[in-house]
Design a protein around this ligand. Structure first.
Ligand code: DGJ
Length: 728
């Protein structure tokens, strides 16, 4: 990596005793400072100051001295010597068996990265041992986003055991803290929970290995002093970008300051670090907003789209998926019939889901065949090439589902390569959806997984899309490969994720642009780490449109709409229009028997897809403003606005059918518009002969729309209303 050296002396200030290191974006500053013993402290986490020299004084504004309080704000809290009372970010046993660590500041550098961020690297060294921690802060100025991680290395005479190795350690100087974290399970992903944190520890974590977002989420918000609203309050939004076990520890100390430690979960994961082989931890990605969650989430969305997500600035395909239309019950004739439906609808692509493979153990249900990636001869006698060809004849592209990290015990793969399977040999196997996880620490297994994708593309060069599923967490966490190579089993959790990333890097080196959907038995996998290799993700198997309003709402704090695969299915009681409108707030797809739609439904869908093609660029690449919160009112309202503030789409949904009030009582106040522009409002996606209640002749100033608002007239008869807004 080539890096240009930047104003090192201008930014870092050293006076007689102290070195002050501000890490800054446009509005956010995390300021580090050494004390007289060269311990590195966090002295400010908040707004940037105009006069940089004044950062130096921040520590003296608080009386942070004395046992405990004097060290709770360490920049990377070490177990073993510090006189602090809080959770360590790092805990080690040195080569000689000593388990103390006392990290002192050595040096820092500031560089500009080739992708335009500012990278601050601060090196700490143990006072006695040749043991080092590099703290990295990659600051994105415009987005107000910081990626923070650590690199751990040593030159001791043997291995050092890392019992804990966090990515980031932060400190907040607030009074009260309100945490929004997310609970979940299958079909109930991302259920928010607001907790006021009191003195002590609150941990957000996963120990599931592969499906890190299943029963919790690595996403969270931390509001300072008061709960944040969409437009008010100081709030941190963040995530550990790691597909695997994570742990985010929020410890309110005795002085109501907040000590945060985020990283790989140390659960069963002690790591033997060889001399001279640095261990790089995953990135903790966060933003701090001083104007509520709206700004915070737009920051993260822009960062993800512009700097992390694969092809974040690009296009996506609309599609028809056959999972809910057929489940495992299909053959090539039935599929060819569905291609016609895809063409009639006007989507770009047909996606063949689970059930197309396995011969000795045909994949006719979820009990068999996983691992045997050959076309099932009975269902598909002419193979995938025939389907790609037939879809092409109908003018639609073809995509395919795989679940390459997994195996059913009823499979030829299991019979041939038992040593490739994560399992405890001396104990009964434990299954999740009748399957086990392959051992991705093993390079042969990595080749096998890469080969599944590579073979599909070699045989079908026109294949246009992959859905990559992952239904099982790791229950039987034992690797034959690690055992044979005398590597501790406690490396499994880290090496699994690294193995998966190696495979994905190979796939992307050979197939850099093919869109791939990240799916995990619903929305079990959604982390920024994997989104480097994927173009989009599956949020949940729950496609009930009313539930989706809430699920998509919650994901939207952390992910731009371009990443969110939303499919219209038969789930839920809402009318087709409601379902299509909700699915249009992202990457639109269908999972229905399109060829059996009633003519008026087909006509509506075709029109809605045409409309979607007209506004999708705003949904994918514009800014999101959440206008009305369905947790607080009877409607949800969201505006996607282009960067020029000239075109927007407003989605409005009734979310409460109880006869308790009039959902249309209050107007919706818009946000983000140019107060001086005049806008015209039109209604889209009207079903059948439905007449709009919106007067398209009137125009309104941005000022009016943001301060008085506009009433979309949501009611029982108009449970879903899509408005286009355009500057004139
Ligand atoms: C779980 C996914 O979430 C579904 O969309 C579908 O692909 C099934 N797996 C197939 O087994």
């Amino acid at each position: 990596m080539t890096v240009a050296l930047l104003f090192f002396f201008a930014i870092t200030r050293t006076n007689a005793q102290k070195t002050t290191i501000p890490v800054e974006t446009e509005h956010v500053a995390v300021v580090l400072q050494t004390d007289k013993d060269h311990h590195l402290k966090i002295i400010h986490t908040g707004k940037t100051l105009a006069a940089k020299t004044e950062y130096e004084l921040a520590a003296s504004a608080y009386h942070l001295s004395g046992p405990g309080i004097g060290s709770n704000n360490n920049a990377f809290t070490a177990a073993g010597t510090d006189n602090n009372f809080v959770e360590p970010a790092i805990a080690v046993v040195h080569a000689d068996g000593n388990n103390s660590l006392d990290l002192r500041y050595e040096k820092n550098t500031v560089t500009t990265t080739p992708d335009g961020a500012t990278l601050t690297t601060v090196t700490l060294k143990d006072a006695v041992y040749p043991f080092y921690v590099d703290l990295f802060f990659k600051a994105w100025k415009k987005e107000d986003v910081i990626e923070q991680w650590s690199g751990i290395r040593h030159t001791e005479k043997g291995n050092v055991l890392l019992n804990k190795y966090a990515s980031a350690n932060l400190y907040f100087f607030g009074k009260d803290y309100y945490l929004t974290s997310y609970n979940g399970e299958w079909a109930k992903e991302m259920q928010p929970e607001l907790t006021q944190l009191k003195q002590g520890m609150h941990t957000i974590e996963s120990r599931l290995g592969t499906r890190e977002n299943l029963i919790g989420s690595p996403n969270f918000m931390l509001a300072m002093d008061h709960p944040a609203t969409e437009t008010t309050g100081t709030v941190l939004l963040g995530q550990l970008a790691w597909n695997g076990n994570y742990s985010i520890q929020l410890e309110t100390d005795a002085h109501k300051k907040m000590h945060l430690v985020a990283g790989i979960n140390p659960y069963q994961s002690a790591y033997q670090l060889k001399p001279g082989t640095p261990f790089e931890t995953p990135r903790f990605v966060y933003t701090l907003s001083f104007n509520g969650t709206g700004t915070g989430s737009r920051n993260l969305q822009s960062w993800l789209r512009d700097h992390q997500l694969l092809d974040g600035k690009g296009e996506r395909f609309t599609l028809l998926n056959n999972w809910e239309a057929t489940y495992f019950d299909f053959d090539q004739e039935k599929l060819a019939g569905l291609f016609k439906g895809a063409k009639d609808l006007g989507v770009d692509l047909f996606l063949l889901d689970d059930g197309w493979f396995g011969n000795k153990y045909p994949r006719n249900n979820d009990k068999a065949g996983l691992g045997d990636w050959q076309e099932n001869k009975k269902k598909l006698p002419d193979g995938i090439p025939y389907l790609v060809e037939e879809a092409g004849k109908q003018g639609v592209k073809f995509g395919i589902w795989i679940e390459p990290e997994m195996v059913n015990p009823k499979s030829e793969l299991y019979e041939k390569h038992l040593d490739w399977v994560l399992r405890e040999e001396q104990r009964p196997e434990i299954y999740f959806r009748n399957q086990l996880v392959l051992d991705l620490t093993n390079p042969e297994v990595q080749d096998f997984v890469f080969g599944i994708v590579d073979n599909l593309f070699k045989k079908n060069p026109k294949l246009a899309f992959i859905k990559w599923d992952c239904n099982s967490p790791v229950f039987n966490g034992h690797s034959r490969y690690l055992e044979k190579n005398k590597i501790p089993q406690s490396h499994l959790w880290v090496e699994y994720t690294r193995g998966l990333e190696k495979v994905l890097q190979r796939i992307r080196a050979k197939y850099p642009k093919v869109p791939m959907m990240l799916c995990s038995g619903g929305g079990g996998r959604t982390d920024y780490g994997l989104l480097k290799y994927f173009t989009e993700f599956w949020l949940s198997d729950d496609t009930d449109p009313l539930e989706r309003v809430f699920i998509q709402w919650n994901y939207s704090y952390y992910y731009p709409a371009i990443t969110m695969c939303n499919h219209v299915t038969e789930w839920g009681k809402q009318p087709l229009k409601y379902r299509v409108d909700v699915a249009s707030m992202g990457k639109l797809g269908f999972d229905i028997k399109a060829n059996e739609l009633k003519p008026e439904d087909m006509a509506f869908c075709k029109e809605a897809i045409k409309n979607y093609n007209g506004f999708k660029d705003i949904v994918w690449h514009g800014d999101l403003y959440r206008l009305k919160d369905p947790y607080e009112t009877d409607i949800a309202s969201l505006l996607f606005l282009n960067r020029e503030q000239t075109k927007g789409i407003v989605f409005n949904y009734l979310t409460n059918w109880r006869y308790v009030g009039d959902p249309a009582l209050d107007p919706v106040k818009f946000q983000g518009l140019d107060p001086n522009k005049q806008y015209r409002i039109k209604e889209l996606n009207l079903y059948g002969g439905q007449k709009s209640t919106i007067d398209t002749k009137k125009t309104y100033s941005g000022d009016y729309l943001m301060n008085i608002g506009f009433n979309p007239n949501v009611s029982l008869r108009r449970s879903s209303v899509v408005l286009s807004i355009e500057a004139i």
